[in-house]
Design a protein around this ligand. Structure first.
Ligand code: ATP
Length: 216
């Protein structure tokens, strides 16, 4: 059995926070593969159409080229339509019938989880890893008791043993990454020309953005 994680998001653009999550989660949870899963269009962010999926996909591939266990999944963007996480998760679980699959999100997504389609089913039927994010306290008052009872808090641990987890699906809280990087802030800085290129943007991604004028 393989242990595989999928990290959904817009990745507009991918930044150092996303990459740190890929590395730390792969290591902490002893994963065989970690997939970035760019959304065709984030259904819960309807106010702003994201940058073309092919640009976001290309930036992710450039950013992860050197990472052996980190991949980019075209699963959602290939569909060419808005996808809901609950539907994608069902498809991915079918695809990995004999593997343990984990879905990764940041603390801001966790705080908003009740706005997601069929959020209770989603949280009760698959494994999730929730990463702390500065400014978004990692709490559980907004979820139901059955969901809360599945939370395993591994904050403060630099190692994790799967054997200690109860059977069934779990929701893991971790603070292995402390990153203030934000795609929204990066886009603002890129548009007004105030970005320090060493700040939160991998060099290959910064070069791609400049060459293809992605945020002009
Ligand atoms: P935006 O600033 O536009 O919301 P973002 O930086 O959050 O963008 P997304 O592509 O929306 O980037 O994020 C994908 C996932 O990564 C989300 O689950 C989000 O919570 C998580 N994430 C992004 N940045 C961080 C960070 N610095 N620390 C922890 N989680 C993060």
């Amino acid at each position: 059995m393989k242990h595989i994680a999928y990290f959904g998001g817009t990745f507009d653009p991918v930044h150092s926070g996303h990459l740190a999550i890929a590395r730390e989660v792969t290591s902490l949870f002893h994963l065989d593969r970690f997939y970035f899963l760019p959304a065709y269009h984030a259904p819960h962010k309807p106010d702003r159409p994201p940058t073309l999926a092919l640009h976001r996909y290309a930036m992710l591939c450039l950013a992860t080229a050197e990472e052996k266990r980190v991949f980019v999944s075209p699963h959602e963007i290939e569909k060419n339509e808005k996808r809901y996480t609950i539907d994608t998760i069902a498809e991915l679980q079918k695809k990995h019938l004999h593997d343990a699959v984990y879905f990764v999100m940041g603390a801001d997504s966790w705080a908003d989880i009740r706005t997601w389609k069929e959020w209770e089913t989603l949280l009760l039927t698959s494994n999730h890893i929730v990463m702390g994010r500065p400014g978004f306290p990692l709490e559980a008052q907004h979820v139901t008791d059955p969901i809360r009872s599945r939370i395993i808090d591994v904050r403060g641990s630099s190692s994790f043993s799967r054997q200690d987890s109860p059977a069934g699906t779990n929701i893991y809280f971790t603070d292995a990454v402390h990153s203030a990087a934000s795609a929204t802030n990066l886009r603002t800085d890129l548009r007004d020309g105030s970005l320090d290129r060493t700040d939160h943007l991998p060099l290959e991604v910064a070069n791609y953005i400049e060459k293809y004028e992605v945020y002009r």
